[in-house]
Design a protein around this ligand. Structure first.
Ligand code: ATP
Ligand code: MG
Ligand code: MG
Length: 550
């Protein structure tokens, strides 16, 4: 099981279950539908759904949709797809915090009646000024002592749309001198005359995240509300609402460190900037650290889950090396991707001692260790393509590929020798003339060692393949920790290179999202949208060389 490594949360839940303090575990994954999910969210998904799976509990999917200005239905749809693609199932229907707006409104009125909330007329800037700082206590708003009756009437008027946006807010009455700024009369409701993707035009006021989250957890009977460390300071407020409202259950908030990955950014806001500025081809561009981008790039659900498992869950924040992610997908594909030959930079080779009509077929394993993957048929003809990088006219010592007078083995076939190099008018190598040693199938030639093996494709049978080679989007490890600049200053201008390659015949009729190891090159996945049988387009998922140091 890829989601059961021990961690402090798992251990704690396991103990509570054993001691009978917990009956059934209920967790939730609570995305705001204001962007696509990224690899950081995958960590939270694996944690919440993984725990429920492991302990026979339930995990809810709840959209935390309290800000209609930034949220959209397309994000809701994409988030659902991503979770399903990862292989997780939420318990019951999809839930929305907006389903609880009426209940939350009633609870806000309850706080008003208890003298624990008031309508404030200060504007945003004044509120900031009154709130104080870390070293200075805040001051009470002049509107803090309004009567219960006045507050109830004003709050209802806010709901009815009698005020403009920003004219009034509802605040909790807690402690303007608290060392925890979150407790200095936090805002509970803001006026927003915006249409909401779920509730339409019904609401003119929207609850704040803090007033929504814990109570939604309580309504749903969530037992463990897992969130990232930046909410640690909000926990006293989370608990204050649970203590002061007649909620049906008492969930507990537990924080863990967010996932940060080098050479990329994991913030929806920043990823949205990349999309909005057309720096990438949408949220699911294969260079994006979004779940849908990774899917398009060729990641498997298992590799993402394995990565999250390797990262672990702790309270100490850190930055994970992207090589660990590459390692996770590489080891999956090493085991599970069939092999194929594909020549990235084709150079023509004429096998001059073969007849014009020569054709021989080799039945070759689909995968060296997986008989279940069957075989494929590789035709050898008089003209073949090899990769330009596998030939050097003036090779250094220990160049075990092809060079004038030198021998090399064609993978799965014969040894050839380069007899002649042909140049075009500009002096570039345009063709090689080689001779085949037909005695070398599956054995070494008499008295010589041939060290090099290169891949090749028959000219007559080769299939044109568009290949998109992706690299990191950023050139520096921590693009978003540049104090003097912008993360966009560190974009990698060479993050995408498109080449016209030529692949073996088996690549002609493949389905989108088919994955292969192109031997000696890397792992590739047929693009989910642009590839079709008869018109293959491949995305490079990851190179062959593993740069991950444990
Ligand atoms: P972003 O800053 O990217 O918008 P967010 O936390 O605002 O992230 P939400 O949609 O609110 O995004 O996140 C849903 C859940 O995923 C939350 O419980 C959040 O704590 C968790 N989450 C978000 N980013 C990460 C991360 N990098 N690592 C682990 N968990 C994360
Ligand atoms: Mg959030
Ligand atoms: Mg956010």
């Amino acid at each position: 099981d890829s989601t059961s490594a021990p961690n402090f949360i798992r251990n704690q839940i396991s103990e509570e279950l054993e001691q009978g303090r917990l009956n059934q575990l209920v967790t939730r994954f609570p995305p705001e539908p204001n962007g696509f999910l990224h690899i950081g969210h995958a960590k939270s998904i694996c944690l919440n759904f993984g725990l429920a799976e492991q302990f026979g509990g339930r995990c809810h999917l709840r959209f935390d949709d309290t800000n209609p200005a930034k949220e959209e239905q397309v994000y809701i749809d994409a988030i659902r797809d991503d979770i399903e693609w990862l292989g997780f199932h939420w318990s019951g229907d999809v839930r929305y915090a907006s389903d609880y707006f009426e209940q939350l409104y009633e609870w806000a009125c309850h706080l008003i009646r208890e003298g624990l909330a008031y309508v404030d007329d200060l504007d945003a800037e004044q509120m900031r000024e009154y709130r104080g700082t870390l070293t200075e206590p805040g001051r009470p708003s002049p509107w803090r002592e309004r009567s219960v009756a006045e507050n109830l009437a004003l709050f209802e008027a806010m709901r009815n749309g009698d005020f403009e946006e920003g004219e009034k807010v509802l605040r909790a009455k807690i402690d303007m001198a608290s060392p925890n700024i979150n407790l200095r009369d936090p805002t509970l409701y803001r006026i927003r005359h915006a249409a909401h993707h779920q509730s339409g035009e019904r609401w003119k006021i929207y609850p704040a995240y803090d007033f929504t989250h814990g109570q939604s957890d309580a309504i749903e009977g969530i037992t463990h509300s897992l969130c990232t460390l930046e909410f640690e300071d909000h926990r006293p407020l989370y608990n204050w609402f649970l203590e002061n409202l007649p909620v049906p259950s008492q969930p507990r908030q537990i924080e863990f460190a967010r996932l940060n990955l080098n050479y990329t950014v994991t913030s929806k806001r920043k990823l949205k900037l990349l999309v909005d500025n057309d720096i990438v081809d949408g949220w699911d561009d294969p260079r994006m650290p979004t779940i849908s981008g990774m899917r398009r790039r060729g990641y498997t659900p298992a590799s993402v889950r394995k990565f999250c498992d390797m990262v672990g869950v702790a309270r100490a924040a850190g930055v994970v090396d992207i090589q660990m992610l590459y390692h996770a997908i590489r080891s999956d594909l090493e085991e599970n991707a069939p092999r194929a030959m594909c020549v990235m930079k084709p150079l023509k080779v004429v096998l001059s001692n073969l007849e014009e009509a020569f054709e021989q077929r080799f039945e070759v394993a689909g995968h060296p260790a997986r008989e279940d993957m069957g075989t494929r048929s590789l035709p050898l003809t008089r003209e073949i393509w090899i990769d330009r990088d596998d030939f050097m006219e003036e090779p250094p010592k220990k160049f075990f590929r092809l060079a004038p007078g030198q021998e090399v083995r064609l993978r799965n076939a014969y040894v050839i020798r380069c007899d002649e190099v042909i140049h075009d008018d500009s002096g570039e190598v345009s063709e090689l003339r080689c001779s085949v040693d037909l005695e070398t199938l599956g054995r070494n030639p008499e008295g010589r060692k041939v060290k090099g093996v290169i891949h090749w494709v028959s000219v007559a049978h080769g299939v044109p393949v568009e290949v998109r080679n992706y690299d990191n989007l950023f050139t520096v490890e921590a693009p978003d920790r540049d104090r003097d600049g912008d993360f966009l200053d560190h974009l990698n201008p060479e993050s995408l290179e498109t080449v016209q390659a030529i692949g073996e015949p088996a690549l002609a009729e493949i389905e989108p999202e088919s994955r292969f190891q192109f031997e000696r090159v890397g792992y590739f996945c047929a693009d989910r949208y642009d590839s079709a049988p008869g018109r293959p387009v491949f995305n490079r998922t990851v190179s062959l060389k593993d740069g991950w140091a444990k």
